[in-house]
Write a protein of this length. Structure first.
Length: 295
């Protein structure tokens, strides 16, 4: 059934990707009205917002809910548009500063860990590969639907970025090292780990939160610089990334120092523009009592 749905939808998505942005944003406006009417994951989103911002009123949280819906619809059509977006266009749509940090590390023979989150339009971030010399390699969690997984991988590799599954990350890193291939390893940091994989808890947006420690572990294995991909939305359809270097030395920093650093950077971004984070998932689905037993 999923294959049939994919083969029905794929030609449609292919055609939509040729539509000009100004028309696509009118479609996004219609989608916004539809998901507001349906109330897409409304209870989950409002619950998450209440936990993260208990000091805010219900009126404020509903306002952020509407803004989140608008941004989500825009992100959806922007991702579809990637299929036929040129290098010139993507460079207009997302700009980068401080990428020289990565080139300088590469010139020294070092490989870089780049940490990012589900904030803004994260699917535009692999285009950073167009702005520095080493290979960009993104770590991803495969989708259950294999056909749509292939579709997303095609979009993510449009501008030369490589992709590797989470379970194969270390093997690929060792292969790059063996072949003396300089690379940047991109890791999403704000996913909720499986219960059996929880190794570290912290307070994030006022909530006891389990944090994926993979970025810190890979940074210690690679022994190179670490940067945070700080994404901001300039206006509709336009983004900017500031490449922020980790101020410490990952080889001598205390355990979880690097993890706390990138968690606080994301938290700051969310507090500044909460509607740009992905609120529609149950980020705090584990009981805080489990966190307390770890203290």
């Amino acid at each position: 059934m999923t294959k049939i749905l994919y083969y029905l939808w794929h030609p449609l998505l292919w055609l939509i990707s040729y539509i000009p942005f100004w028309v696509l944003y009118r479609i996004s406006d219609l989608l916004y009205l539809l998901i507001r009417l349906i109330g897409y994951r409304r209870k989950v989103i409002l619950s998450n917002l209440e936990k993260a911002f208990p000091e805010k009123s219900l009126h404020w949280r509903k306002k952020i809910l509407r803004k989140f819906y608008r941004h989500l619809c825009d992100t959806f059509i922007e991702i579809i548009k990637l299929q036929h977006m040129s290098e010139k266009e993507i460079k207009r749509r997302i700009t980068f500063s401080n990428t020289h940090i990565i080139d300088e590390a590469s010139d020294r023979g070092e490989d870089v860990v780049a940490i990012l989150a589900h904030y803004g339009n994260w699917e535009y971030c692999p285009s950073i590969n167009l702005h520095f010399k080493p290979l960009s390699c993104s770590v991803y969690r495969p989708l259950k639907n294999k056909e749509f997984d292939k579709y997303m991988l095609n979009l993510r590799s449009r501008f030369g970025s490589d992709n590797v599954t989470m379970k194969n990350t270390l093997r690929h890193v060792l292969q790059f090292k063996k072949s003396n291939t300089r690379f940047v390893l991109g890791l999403i940091s704000d996913q909720s780990p499986a219960r059996k994989e929880i190794q570290y808890w912290t307070t994030f947006l006022n909530q006891p939160t389990p944090i994926i420690t993979g970025p810190e572990k890979m940074a210690r294995i690679m022994k190179g610089p670490v940067v945070y991909i700080k994404l901001s939305k300039l206006r509709r359809g336009y983004y900017h990334v500031d490449v922020v270097p980790y101020p410490g030395d990952v080889n001598t920093s205390g355990e979880h120092d690097l993890t706390e650093w990138h968690v606080r950077l994301l938290e700051e971004s969310i507090r500044n523009r909460p509607e740009l984070w992905l609120w529609s998932h149950k980020r705090w689905k584990y009981q805080s009592s489990f966190y307390e037993t770890k203290q």
